[in-house]
Design a protein around this ligand. Sequence first.
Ligand code: UGA
Length: 451
Amino acid sequence: MKVTVIGTGYVGLTTGICLAYIGHEVVCADTNESKVRQLRDGHIPIYEYGLPEMLAASGERIRFTAQCRQAVGTADIVILAVGTPAKAEGAPELAYLYAAMETVLDGIAEKQTPTLVVNKSTVPVGTGDKLAAMAASRGISHRVEIASNPEFLRQGSAMPDTLYPERIVAGGSPTAQAALKELYGPLLRQDFSPPALAPRPPGLASVPFFAVDLKSAELGKYAANAFLAMKISFINEMANLCDRVGADVSEIAGILGSDSRIGKAFLQAGIGYGGSCFPKDTKALHHIAGTSGYDFKLLSSVIEVNRFQKYVLVGKLRSALGALDGRRVTILGLTFKPETDDMREAPSLPIIEALLAEGACVTAHDPVGLPAAKALLPAEAKTTTNLDEALQDADAAVLVTEWPVYLNYGGRTYRQRMRQPIFVDGRNALPVSDRGWLDYYGVGMRALPSA
Ligand code: UGA
């Protein structure tokens, strides 16, 4: 099929590259010309496993342009994958989506064949109908179908998540649903031949395909993210309780997760969720519910628990060190999670601000995120790309992002480098065998004095 993707962020770029890889003819369009130039040179502007290699493997089947209207060309399917960032009151900003749709409609007006416009951006219920109304207002609705096809990929594993999705959701008319089934056909087949970079996970079942109405598809995406965020806030509240009663939250997570009705995933307690999706989507869903006259009380608590959770570490440091004034604290990890350079809503930033406000001397390290982080960090925070140097003579280390380099460093090495072996683990991720070398504080775990 001929596919045009508007927007080359995480979702648009990964989708475009994977669709080209499975055999479609793809044009990726973005108004950002310098990004388009980089992509034409084969350079991927985000840190994402496997994408450069997949792009190279897609050869002539993919091209990049800054001319979005012309990019519509003779496409059978146009995918909208532009940002919907949160506005101050939590509502998603749809201006970019509507602007992209106007441009796409300009392009469609110039062609005679029908076009399926597929929205992948996370949008409030009813947005698909508004896109359809935009086509109708131009008198071309007979040539435009609208579909909602929400995306469930995670940063850091965007490519494998796209090739092996847990489900595909196709919202729209039966014609739109059928076109999406054809688009993703190779991924739905068990005999799909995967790239060497992302072999088929063993025991992977066939991919469920949800052919639903537009509104259910739009709301389903928010429901999925809000539910995962709720699991995280739930286990974090359990962790805070464990801290008070002397229980161990990793044991609680094990007990909970072994019940298949609950599931093991997203029960890792720590400093809460960050990133470009959960914080934005939980607030957006809360706002959408509010504007529909529904007070989504559970979601308010999920958001509030997460807002508070990052500061749990600061309290732990304060009780371990006495006062923070003048103490040298090393921050291990800045990005919102490992395997990405994304700093959006990263818990590291408010944690560092809180430590500086109490007079701590902060040195931050991240194996990948420093270039992106530097513009966001307060001037008083020092940064280094050398982990040994970051830890030298530290009074305490705080694990904020569980990059493997921190988990493999070794408890003994931490102890040797630091002035005091105080280790506050915001992800409960340091190997258990290393903890005995350190004055170890997890979240929802009994403090462990070093031997
Ligand atoms: C999330 C969803 O997982 C994807 O399914 C969805 O497609 C995506 O949002 C989106 O809407 O675009 P992502 O934000 O990339 O993906 O990252 P996650 O791996 O879900 O992690 C989100 C945050 O939750 C991270 O800060 C992570 O550290 C935190 N987390 C995750 C926990 O604190 N505990 C856990 O058990 C799991």
